[in-house]
Design a binder for this molecule. Structure first.
Ligand code: SAM
Length: 155
């Protein structure tokens, strides 16, 4: 028998889309023009992350969509009749999943602008600002909050 090893076969199929989850050479952006080093690093991570690629392929705005799906699979808080508020909702992945799972009364608030996620109400403001809680409650029908009504899952 020869000492030479046969060529290795790939045992695990990499996730569809994106590159090989860290194996191989990661894609680099050709230009960082106008971006800070941390923005550049974030963008390169997104481009090379298979979960972000999968989210894009399925039409979700963030890989966080998978995270909230898994949490809801366990706790089932996205149900018809639920009122949902996403504190820090950009780019809207969690809202997309809530809508997909039948929630019709929902609102998202963020410092950043968010593209519409019908039928969610969106507020572009600081959720710690005076008046933000009242605005959110008003958007959801104006009902007062009762202790124990909400399930808290923070972004
Ligand atoms: C991890 S992201 C949320 C991801 C989002 N839930 C999704 O579905 O993809 C956190 C967000 O919180 C927002 N944020 C942080 N502090 C905030 C504040 N005081 N008021 C409003 N939004 C805030 C940020 O702008 C950022 O978009």
């Amino acid at each position: 028998m020869s000492d030479e090893e046969p060529p290795r076969k790939r045992m695990v199929k990499p996730p569809a889309g994106g590159n090989e989850g860290g194996r191989g050479k990661p894609a680099r952006l050709k230009t960082a023009y106008g971006r800070t080093p941390s923005q550049q690093a974030w963008l390169e991570r997104q481009i090379n992350d298979p979960f972000s690629a999968k989210a894009r392929a399925l039409g979700y705005r963030s890989r966080a969509a998978f995270k909230i799906s898994e949490i809801d699979d366990k706790f089932h808080f996205f149900r018809k009749g639920a009122k949902v508020i996403d504190l820090g909702c950009a780019p809207g992945g969690w809202l997309q999943i809530a809508v997909e799972r039948g929630v019709t009364t929902l609102a998202g608030i963020d410092l950043l602008p968010v593209d519409p996620v019908a039928p969610a109400h969106l507020l572009e403001m600081d959720f710690t600002a005076d008046g933000a809680p009242e605005k959110l409650l008003e958007l959801l029908g104006g009902e007062g909050r009762r202790r124990g009504d909400e399930t808290k899952v923070q972004s």
